[in-house]
Ligand binder design. Structure first.
Ligand SMILES: C[S@@+](CC[C@H](N)C(=O)[O-])C[C@H]1O[C@@H](n2cnc3c(N)ncnc32)[C@H](O)[C@@H]1O
Length: 322
């Protein structure tokens, strides 16, 4: 299979995983965000259909066949791991990125999320945490948030991510890192009393199973930061953006989890706007560091995020289960 065909399957898998419709338009849009432009993808979609990866319905919508799903799942796992490893590797070697984080997030730490200072302050100071707690951070990234909380409250911490261990920072021996998969929680013998997920649940291939697993931990409080986007303009169902209708809320409700949602949509929108103002200041210095790719990736991410809010296609919530 050619690289572009793999990329299309990767996008199709993520659209399906987010309950979005797979169309040529939706795939084209995401390819543009990935800076893959001027491509005639109709031919590739035809090839993927002919070869049994995709099924086309009469209204030009596609779905993944069982075979396509298996192949797309495999591609997805490899790509996500490679993409985040590359991003975090270059970012954590960049002083300019750390300066940018300080300006944008209000804290001098490496972050890869949509948390503005108000959201971080809530997590760092308003959530009741004691030294008896064990915090599980799902998709912890390089561990900035987990380190901050463990240092502040002298509690235990467990980070799970797919990054190679040397990338993840542990400033305390109270933190354990599992190089694993958030979809395989049942394999790890852990008993958290607090679970965090900061912009990581999008990457679960089985959110229902993950939520059931979290539910099985006794006395576990959850803090899940989650943005909902709608990728297909013409089929805009705005109700998906409401706090009780996001993909995550639907899974919580299906599993009879009572939650409280805090609306951070305005915060996220402002964060995108601020990032687009601030990041260009770092363009040259990032280029001098050899990090032009990082600059382009972050600009693209911020532009597409702002575009989603401008079109009324995005929202963000913190789901609290206590
Ligand atoms: C948007 S980043 C957020 C990182 C971190 N929570 C933060 O706030 O800076 C998403 C993280 O999820 C991790 N991730 C993606 N898929 C995963 C999986 N299947 N299992 C574990 N971690 C995963 C990525 O490696 C990445 O570190």
């Amino acid at each position: 299979m050619r690289e572009l065909q793999e990329t299309i399957l990767y996008i199709a898998y993520n659209l399906a995983n987010q309950n979005q419709v797979i169309t040529i338009e939706a795939i084209q849009q995401q390819l543009e965000w990935m800076l893959i432009k001027d491509l005639e993808i109709g031919r590739e979609m035809f090839w993927l259909t002919e070869n049994g990866f995709l099924i086309m319905s009469s209204n030009k919508e596609f779905s993944l066949s069982d075979f396509g799903k298996r192949e797309a799942f495999r591609i997805n796992k490899v790509r996500i791991r490679e993409d985040f490893t590359r991003l975090m590797n270059s970012a954590t070697n960049s002083t300019a990125y750390l300066d940018y984080c300080e300006e944008i997030y209000g804290y001098r730490m490496y972050l890869f999320n949509m948390m503005d200072k108000e959201q971080l302050d809530y997590l760092f100071s308003a959530v009741a945490i004691s030294s008896n707690d064990t915090i599980l951070d799902l998709g912890c990234g390089i561990g900035s948030i987990l380190n901050t909380l463990v240092n502040k409250y002298a509690c235990q911490g467990i980070g799970i991510d797919q990054l190679n261990e040397p990338l993840v920072r542990r400033y305390s021996d109270k933190i354990a890192y599992i190089d694993g998969d958030l979809d395989e929680l049942a394999d790890y013998h852990i008993s958290p009393t607090i679970t965090l997920a900061v912009d990581s649940l999008y990457f679960s291939s089985d959110l229902d199973r993950l939520v059931r697993r979290l539910k099985s931990f006794p006395n576990n409080r959850w803090y899940l930061y989650y943005s909902q986007y709608i990728f297909k303009k013409s089929q805009k169902d705005e109700s998906l953006l409401e706090s009780d209708n996001t993909r995550l809320a639907a899974v919580l409700r299906r599993n009879e989890i009572t939650y409280r949602a805090v609306d951070y949509s305005t915060n996220e929108r402002t964060l995108y706007e601020n990032a687009l103002q601030i990041l260009p200041k770092y363009r040259e210095v990032l280029a001098d560091e050899g990090n032009s790719h990082l600059y382009e990736t972050k600009m693209r991410e911020n532009r597409s995020g702002q575009e989603m809010y401008d079109k009324g296609l995005a929202s963000r919530y913190l789901y609290i289960v206590e």
